[in-house]
Ligand binder design. Sequence first.
Ligand SMILES: [Zn+2]
Length: 250
Amino acid sequence: MPPITSDALVLRTYKLGETSKVVVLLTRERGKLRAVAKGARGPRSRYQSALEPLSEVRASLHGKQGAELYRLGQCDLLRSAFRAGGQGLETALSLSYFAELLDAFAQEGEAEDAVYRLAVAVVAAADSGCHVGGLARYLEAWLLKLHGIYPPLDRCAGCGGALPAGGLVYHAAAHGFVCAGCVPASGPLLSDAVRTFLTAIFLRPPAEMPAAPAEAAVLEPFHRDLISRHLERDLRSHRVLRDSAAGLRG
Ligand SMILES: [Zn+2]
């Protein structure tokens, strides 16, 4: 059977036996899948840095369609995330968060071209020096939107009416932003500046995103709650990033 060739982002790897690794790939053609990289832990591995998280590769995969585990053949590095990862601790932690987030949202064996293009664009923007804090909000917002979870910014979740210009009031029980006639709401409140920032996120590629206003800090716990509720679990990186930020302050 001829191998499948697909562009892919490496999400993570784990050890298999003495010398091999299992690679979790987000492929353009087949969505998320797993492949055995034989000898990948050996000193003369043919794969080298092609298996670092968030590397973009062109991979040949052997095995039946829909297999639980493919075998990785040729794997050529298209873009390394290494340079971005070398920009300091915050960037390195953020990149591993991006990989965990993509891994959590991506469907096994189900191609999601929009998710793939989003992921590649966000990694490229990090590589070119865009601030990773803003990129994290960008990636979260888009993953939530592409999975139908991000609440519309222009419609009241209570009555369906148009939301007037200005700040947004979220109501958890309604899973959306509500108008003045549909309060009281659980919160949080997103200021006009934050709404403008979110609107820009949904209109522009990540490399052209405006700088986040100071009030956009509210989006971090807001997105975290939406993500945890959707995935029905917390992500490990959320805790690591929080601990690291506390450590840097303390
Ligand atoms: Zn309403």
